[in-house]
Design a protein around this ligand. Structure first.
Ligand SMILES: NC(=O)c1ccc[n+]([C@@H]2O[C@H](COP(=O)([O-])OP(=O)(O)OC[C@H]3O[C@@H](n4cnc5c(N)ncnc54)[C@H](O)[C@@H]3O)[C@@H](O)[C@H]2O)c1
Ligand SMILES: N[C@H](C(=O)O)[C@H](O)COP(=O)(O)O
Length: 330
């Protein structure tokens, strides 16, 4: 028996709908249920010259592998017409509703995973909904206190100690408890989701040269190292904090199952330099599987046919692999 994967196309004026249609040009071993506007997909398909057959989702029917040229759709209506490349705050509520429905159906066990297309955080906030990212949204929606953002491409996994917050708040956010919590979630999910019995985690410092013994910043001495020592005492294999500018070299990375960076651009700049378009974003610590693309809404490419589908394929393949693994573990 196969399972169902929920797909949210994300921002309707961006490339998400284009990529969902491109994904549908292949056979998939799982049923792909797109949670979003049927009219939007049909309109974008016509614009791109893609043939697509949409079948409405019926929870009473058994899940079937998705055949190329087809998609299953769980309709969520748009709030306003869509023009490619033009954000419209009226559709902020639509975008959030697609995520909410997909989340609920995963919580209920009806779907085995969620794969999300890119959203524009700014326009959702402009629509009156406070929103900083899918990662935080799904945590709140599923009542999960702590989750971890991790992006992965071939040969590198990068997890983040802090996610979508202004740089000015990062230092305050890195508390002893946060270092313990995030590292514990990363460690336990490397074991359970990725089958690594005793994962090795390399940890970046926050300050230049990891603080240079307190001369260039003290967070390493006061917070990060004490927390990592506690985790080492609990048996975890943790290296660091090491200077972030020299950590990302092969002699460290070949031994690292993941690198834990202190803030968004410290880790993701390296990850995306290495693997942009071929990476997956995975939320660790949720009660369901959630993966996503490594890129944003690319408003400049929506409706042109030029958007690359590589990262969406990686995200969908990863969701299917994780869902199969989780099914076999049960
Ligand atoms: N998963 C997500 O929801 C997600 C991820 C990252 C950024 N974003 C959001 O996307 C919006 C735009 O962000 P940005 O401009 O920094 O990043 P972006 O990824 O949208 O665009 C950066 C550059 O990469 C190109 N690009 C992106 N995806 C591409 C693809 N699939 N194929 C070919 N070229 C591609 C774009 O044309 C642009 O030149 C922001 O609102 C941001 O918050 C969302
Ligand atoms: N931080 C992610 C990135 O740069 O790729 C992106 O903004 C998406 O984050 P969410 O999955 O939390 O929306």
């Amino acid at each position: 028996m196969t399972f169902r994967i929920a797909i949210t196309p994300g921002e309707p004026a961006g490339i998400g709908p284009d990529l969902v249609l491109k994904i549908a040009q292949y056979d998939w071993p799982a049923q792909l249920v797109v949670v979003g506007s049927k009219e939007l997909l049909l309109e974008r398909a016509e614009q791109l010259g893609i043939d697509i057959e949409l079948t409405e989702y019926d929870s009473n029917q058994a899940a079937m592998p998705q055949k190329k040229g087809t998609l299953t759709i769980l309709p969520v209506p748009l709030k306003a017409p869509v023009v490619c490349g033009e954000l419209n705050a009226k559709n902020g509520q639509y975008v959030v509703e697609t995520m909410r429905v997909a989340c609920q159906k995963n919580m209920d066990g009806e779907f085995a995973a969620i794969v999300t297309g890119p959203v524009n955080k700014g326009i959702i906030n402009k629509s009156g909904i406070s929103f900083s990212g899918h990662t935080e949204f799904f945590a709140t929606e599923s009542n999960t206190a702590d989750v971890v953002m991790m992006l992965a491409t071939e040969g590198l996994r990068v997890a983040l100690m802090t996610t979508h917050i202004p740089l000015a708040y990062v230092s305050k956010a890195i508390t002893y408890d946060r270092v313990i919590k995030v590292t514990e979630i990363l460690h336990s999910e490397l074991q359970s989701k990725f089958g690594l019995d005793k994962p090795t985690i390399y940890v970046c410092g926050l300050n230049p040269h990891a603080g240079e013994d307190g001369h260039l910043g003290t967070e390493e001495l006061t917070t990060i190292t004490p927390a990592l020592n506690t985790l080492r005492d609990r048996g975890m294999n943790i290296i660091g904090p090491l200077p972030a500018d020299t950590l990302f070299q092969d002699k460290y990375l070949q031994n690292a199952d993941a690198v834990l960076s202190m803030y968004h651009d410290q880790g993701l700049t390296v990850l995306k330099y290495k693997g942009f378009g071929k990476a997956v974003n995975i939320t660790l610590g949720l009660p369901f599987i959630r993966t996503s693309v490594d890129h944003g809404t690319a408003l400049d490419l929506a409706g042109t046919g030029l958007a690359e589908v590589g990262s969406f394929q990686v995200a969908l393949n990863e969701a299917i692999t994780l869902a199969e693994r989780s099914k076999n573990d049960r």
